[in-house]
Design a protein around this ligand. Sequence first.
Ligand code: ZN
Length: 172
Amino acid sequence: MFNQRITDFFKRHNLYDEKMFEYISDHTDYIDYNDPDMRFLIGCAYQYDKRGKRLDRFRLCMPYAVDDRTTLMCIHEIVHGIDFYKHLNKKYKKKKTIEALPLLYEKIFVTENPTPELISFANYLDSRISEDKEDSYKYGISVREQLFNAYDKNYDKISKINERLGKGGKIR
Ligand SMILES: [Zn+2]
């Protein structure tokens, strides 16, 4: 299971559900972030059912959470896990909005733990995105500030706002 600091973070944001977190944790692999050769494994993967429509399974990979930086990366991947979990056995399309909430919760965690070291690490992660070719990251960065300002500890609500923005709509 995830450590206390991580579960407390999600409890604070009304996102903790024991069954869901157990499932996510059972579908997670861990790496040692101190080993640079392993870092490329961090991320998430998901699979569709045979008919290619419904989300069938997913797997996360994250570092062992031993400090602020690794906790930040865990939070990012767990937010992906929450999205996947909520869509299990449901229709799920690859969408450009997929990185926005993980990036939002990263920012929230940094805001709650504003040490110079964590801020500079978060900036480093962001700087890698500006070179990244995947649109979902660029989209996520572009709406993060708006989502952050609209966020009131309600995942479902902010998730809907994210989808709306993704379709070119407004926050309202
Ligand atoms: Zn991500």
